[in-house]
Write a protein that binds this ligand. Structure first.
Ligand code: DX5
Ligand code: ZN
Length: 216
């Protein structure tokens, strides 16, 4: 079954409680944390995650687009994350492993994220312990960008690696997902779809979530 993770980056930040309510038929809530260093944009941080946690029972899927996330992973786990993704490009391998170990100590699900330039094989040192791999289908930093077709082969390869080493691991894709690209990434092997603009710009949000799942 395909899971949908609406990204609140496309929501109205002045009305977050209402905006989260609007997507509650989805499976996860995707929260994009950006630091203005790993990516050229700044979004939200710990206080906002803590407030979101107080107002929803949805699973919080935190996508950390920050340099050296090991510095902050414990605090994001304490803030209420259910799952945390750290980018493989954001630090040395020892620190990526340390960040995953900290998630494990908190009982939070572990994920690594890949920029479009990063080879699928980069997940190999971590794959056995992961709950999810996040494949970016745009350059991280902004919502509303067009889907990168070239990432379909990365999704296919990551799915092969998952099937060979850890078949219960989820494969999430993020960037430019709409009903038509959703079909193609699912065919390539994705089973968790992040969607920001495609969800929040829809006139009928629950209908769009069903459509992205392939239920319509
Ligand atoms: C981009 C973020 C995405 C973004 C997706 O760096 O990681 O989660 O919100 O937005 P759409 O679905 O509009 O491409
Ligand atoms: Zn994201």
């Amino acid at each position: 079954m395909v899971k949908i993770a609406p990204s609140i980056l496309s929501a109205d930040f002045c009305n977050l409680e209402r905006e989260i309510q609007r997507v509650q038929t989805a499976d996860l809530l995707h929260v994009d944390v950006m630091d203005g260093a790993f990516v050229p944009n700044i979004t939200l941080g710990l206080p906002v995650v803590r407030s979101i946690r107080k107002h929803t029972d949805m699973q919080l899927d935190l996508h950390l687009m920050i340099d050296k996330p090991v510095r902050y992973v414990a605090q994001f786990c304490e803030a209420g994350a259910d799952l945390v993704s750290v980018h493989l490009e954001s630090d040395h391998p020892q620190n990526i492993q340390k960040a995953l170990d900290i998630m494990g100590e908190y009982g939070v699900k572990k994920a690594v994220a890949l920029r479009p330039i990063t080879s699928p094989e980069a997940i190999l040192p971590y794959i056995d312990q992961l709950d999810m791999v996040l494949v970016m289908t745009v350059e991280p930093g902004f919502g509303g960008q067009p889907f990168m077709e070239s990432q379909l082969k990365t999704i296919t390869r990551v799915r092969e690696i998952i099937q060979a080493h850890n078949p219960s691991c989820d494969l999430e894709v993020d960037g430019g997902i709409n009903p038509s690209t959703a079909r193609r990434v699912v065919e390539a092997g994705a089973n968790v779809l992040v969607a920001g603009s495609a969800v929040y710009k829809a006139a009928d949000i629950p209908g769009r979530i069903r459509e992205l799942r392939g239920q319509n």
